[in-house]
Write a protein that binds this ligand. Structure first.
Ligand code: GLC
Length: 470
């Protein structure tokens, strides 16, 4: 009897513990979602290609390349009048537009996807929209849809197709009809964004939402993007956009499509812009960054980042589990400048040589084990260490408990000699791994070594300890 009672007590305790664990988990995931600002659960399976892809190319192509001025913002910020800005329509020829060439170059750079501006905040559509006349098809000498050949070229080159789309539209007559939220926004009264009176016109706003949805449907039917890169959600609340409806609409027609975060909380992944994060956001994420200081082609912008800087930044992103979406700004004729082409080609030299450390890798070591970026193979049996600078002496990696099988110089057939130094076996503290990286082994940009382990990475994360017995 006693044993029976004990058994039932154990059963009850186990059930209680299970319930407790489940409750803690639900609470934890809720906290996580609130922290990331996400209002949705993301299908991790569909994110797989994205997390593996690591490098994408962003393309800001539009009429702003005619004068070589800032995309949309130039008229919004009154640097040019709206009418003068729109005069660029007459000069947009796309006369040398060759997306096959683009795709070839992106592939050579090592990108696995690209994102093209189908419509920026200026409202000029790069496809033949039936919802308005403001398209390069109806209003420019280019006279044709530019997004379908882009999607085809990318797919011909086995690249995933991303489409940038600005929710807000500073040209649509019904757009500036409501304020941001139910009340008048006190600090922003820009006429392109907001009505100039306290009154909101909800009917016109509904009219705009219809237009917004209809354009999205057109693009969706035309090219079925693998990824939607939204922008400009900030000007209205999620409720005003009825953003959950947008998510539902796009996913119901194409369940595997990926949505970036500029969906007022209804997106799939985070998109920090220009500034490299210190800690990578949770889950898949992507840093978008310009090569010079501008998204689109700008005549006066020669502030080009060096290839080395771009490779370092890229290494940093993948080390924290993220992607880099590197931006190019083609000229109005559709050609990518010589400078930006060169950057992509040189980046390609590096990504090709180091591909095993890049694609399909996962975020690397936590801070403190190695002073540089690191990635891990998915099975965690190979650790990749990236050297941004020229090492002065042997390089060291701390806290690796596993047996090291061999250390290789990635992209070559060379192996490196190594030894363990110190450690306190009685406390389970592994010795420091000391690797000889000879100067002639260094890559002209970032050097990468691969540490092959006998099993999945096992790290010592403790505080050390004193010798208790001699
Ligand atoms: C910003 C800008 C826009 C640019 C985008 C790229 O949101 O409004 O001009 O296209 O960043 O991330």
């Amino acid at each position: 009897m006693k044993t029976e009672r004990r058994k039932s007590f154990i059963k009850k305790a186990a059930a209680f513990a299970l319930l407790l664990i489940m409750a803690i988990n639900v609470f934890a995931s809720d906290v996580e979602e609130k922290e990331s600002g996400k209002k949705v659960k993301v299908d991790q399976e569909k994110m797989e290609w994205f997390a593996d892809a690591k490098l994408g190319i962003f393309i800001h192509y539009g009429i702003y390349a005619v004068y070589g001025i800032s995309e949309s913002w130039s008229f919004y910020n009154n640097e040019i009048s709206y009418d003068d800005y729109m005069k660029q329509l007459d000069g947009f020829t796309a006369s040398k537009y060759d997306p096959q060439q683009w795709a070839k170059l992106f592939k050579e750079a090592g990108a696995r996807y690209a994102v093209l501006t189908s419509k920026h905040h200026d409202g000029v559509a790069l496809w033949d929209t039936k919802q308005s006349d403001l398209s390069v098809v109806k209003k420019t000498p280019a006279k044709r849809d530019l997004i379908s050949p882009y999607a085809k070229a990318l797919r011909d080159h086995d690249l995933k197709v991303g489409i940038y789309f600005s929710h807000l539209d500073w040209s649509h007559p019904s757009y500036a009809s409501v304020h941001n939220g139910p009340n008048r926004a006190s600090n922003n009264t820009n006429p392109f964004d907001y009505p100039q009176t306290d009154e909101a016109d909800l009917e016109r706003w509904e009219d705009f939402l219809k237009f917004h949805r209809a354009q999205l449907k057109e693009v969706d039917e035309l090219i079925r993007p693998d990824l939607w890169w939204f922008d400009g959600d900030w000007s209205r609340t999620a409720e005003q956009w009825r953003m959950s409806e947008v998510r539902e609409m796009l996913l119901s027609s194409n369940p595997k499509t990926i949505l970036n975060s500029r969906m007022s909380g209804y997106g799939d992944y985070a998109t920090p812009e220009q500034g490299v994060p210190i800690h990578g956001p949770e889950g898949p994420w992507e840093l978008c960054m310009t090569i010079n200081d501008s998204w689109g082609y700008q005549v006066d912008d020669n502030n080009q980042k060096s290839v080395n800087y771009i490779i370092r930044t890229f290494s940093d992103c993948i080390s924290m589990g993220g992607n880099l979406l590197l931006d190019v700004g083609p000229k109005e004729d559709g050609t990518i400048t010589h400078e930006q082409t060169e950057v992509l080609k040189q980046l390609g030299r590096w990504t090709k040589k180091h591909e095993e450390a890049i694609y399909g890798s996962v975020r690397g070591l936590p801070f403190g084990h190695f002073y540089g970026p690191t990635t891990l193979s998915k099975d965690k049996k190979t650790l990749y260490c990236f050297f941004l600078d020229i090492p002065k002496d042997d390089v060291v990696i701390k806290g690796i408990k596993n047996k090291v099988k061999q250390i290789r110089l990635v992209g070559t057939d060379k192996t490196l000699s190594f030894e363990r130094n110190g450690g306190a076996a009685w406390h389970g503290i592994p010795g420091v791994l000391q690797v000889e990286l000879k100067p002639e082994m260094l890559d002209k940009n970032v050097t990468v070594i691969a540490i092959d382990l006998d099993s999945a990475l096992d790290l010592y994360r403790g505080h050390g300890g004193a010798i208790e017995a001699n």
